[in-house]
Write a protein of this length. Structure first.
Length: 145
């Protein structure tokens, strides 16, 4: 399926449009944190869905925090989509690539959560109000065809 939609949140959709139109020159640094554009496949619809997200980097991988738009709950659609379809498209500035998304656990999650909390302290507020542990996701680049 080739249809792609942007976030239902107007401010996020506008951010994604600016980011894509400028290869991230406008939107890469948003909210004082580095941003990427993530495209997932809808777990129910099969429609490609784009959103802009804060990210961190750990070696060759990229780190995302799956906090919901209402302070950590419910889990965001992009995260639920990665559970059903872990192969995603990513754009960081002008770099476009395919990646595999996986949810971290245990010590890896704790370490990366601390790193992301230092990068974006608002995650602490989200965690305090969340009904569940907020997932931390790793994006691992897939080999180019």
């Amino acid at each position: 399926m080739t249809e792609t939609t942007d976030s239902r949140d107007r401010s996020v959709a506008e951010h994604v449009r600016r980011y894509l139109a400028t290869d991230g020159r406008d939107g890469y640094m948003e909210g004082g944190v580095t941003n990427l554009v993530l495209t997932t496949v809808g777990r129910k619809s099969g429609v490609r869905r784009r959103t802009g997200l804060f990210y961190g980097q750990e070696g060759d991988t990229y780190v995302l925090v799956a906090s919901g738009s209402r302070y950590g709950a419910p889990l965001p659609d992009w995260y639920l989509n990665t559970l059903a379809n872990p192969e995603v498209d990513v754009q960081i500035r002008g770099d476009h690539f395919r990646a595999h998304a996986r949810t971290t656990t245990g010590a890896e999650r704790a370490r990366l959560w601390s790193k992301m909390l230092a990068t974006a302290p608002q995650y602490g507020t989200y965690a305090a109000k969340a009904r569940q542990e907020i997932p931390v996701v790793i994006l691992e680049r897939l080999p180019q065809p």
